[in-house]
Design a protein around this ligand. Structure first.
Ligand code: ACM
Length: 264
């Protein structure tokens, strides 16, 4: 199975422009054989909001808002599964930093995840996620979703892996330098593939680090983006490797866990 990250620039508060940029890049990933494409966190709106009003301006309901509708449409046209980050406004007006998973004809909108671990000023605008970590069956693979700063808490990836994820889709707007080094270890310790789709560019003085990363269950970096160019990376993943939790004939990374000794 082929998977891709889309590393893109995003124009703050300009969804229409960001839709067309994303559409072009998803098309490129599909032309290179990708069945699953991961876009950045808040790919439609940008990230560095100044006020709650700004978030309100761009947030939409999921699935009944314009961004989910756009994603469903391109997933159908390109016959692909897409995970993408977007600001969500629920029916009571609460805001979440969310991600949606959509698929080809017959799949459509599959579900959403609301970011559990909010980073820095996100706490001024968004509610912490209340849906837990979710794994979606896309037929060929099980895909878990987490968003950006969730990586800092190893419990996020662990929970997704224990729930059966083969691949962790990780829409991101990374600003600290650590995740490109950490994600291969998240992949290794859980024996899963990870696809971090980060963005590039700068918003109001806040710089995003690029370096989107696809990592293997053996901690290999299968693809890494540059620090400042838009790019699409497509790699083959061997799902049997992600489903094999034994690391030798006597150790199994899940079977050997000793939760009775862990401090939760
Ligand atoms: C982040 O969670 N966007 C740093």
């Amino acid at each position: 199975m082929r998977v891709a990250f889309v590393q893109m620039n995003v124009e703050l508060l300009n969804p229409e422009k960001n839709y067309s940029r994303a559409e072009k890049m998803v098309k490129e990933a599909v032309e290179k054989g990708s069945k699953l494409v991961v876009l950045p966190e808040l790919f439609d709106s940008g990230y560095n909001f100044e006020s709650r009003d700004e978030v309100e301006e761009v947030a939409g309901e999921i699935p009944d808002g314009p961004t989910t509708e756009f994603l469903v449409e391109i997933a159908k046209d390109f016959d692909v599964f897409i995970v993408a980050g977007t600001a969500e406004k629920d029916e009571r007006g609460k805001l979440y930093n969310s991600a949606v998973l959509v698929g080809p004809v017959g799949w459509g909108y599959m579900g959403k995840y609301r970011k559990v671990h909010l980073f820095y000023r996100e706490k001024l605008f968004f509610q912490p996620g209340d849906l837990g970590f979710r794994v979606f069956n896309i037929g060929q693979a099980k895909v878990g979703v987490m968003i950006c700063f969730d990586w800092f808490f190893p419990e996020s990836a662990r929970t997704l892996a224990l729930k059966g994820a083969d691949i962790i889709a990780h829409p991101s707007n990374l600003v600290m330098p650590y995740a490109p080094r950490a994600m291969p270890i998240r992949a290794l310790e859980n024996r899963v593939y990870t696809v971090t789709a980060n963005r590039i560019g700068e918003e109001r003085g806040l710089r995003f680090i690029g370096k989107s990363t696809i990592a293997s269950p053996k901690a290999e970096v299968l693809a890494m983006g540059s620090e400042d160019e838009e790019e699409v990376a497509v790699v083959d993943v061997d799902l049997s490797l992600a489903r094999e939790k034994r690391i030798n004939e006597m150790n199994d990374v899940f079977g050997d866990r000793r939760p009775e000794h862990y401090f939760i």
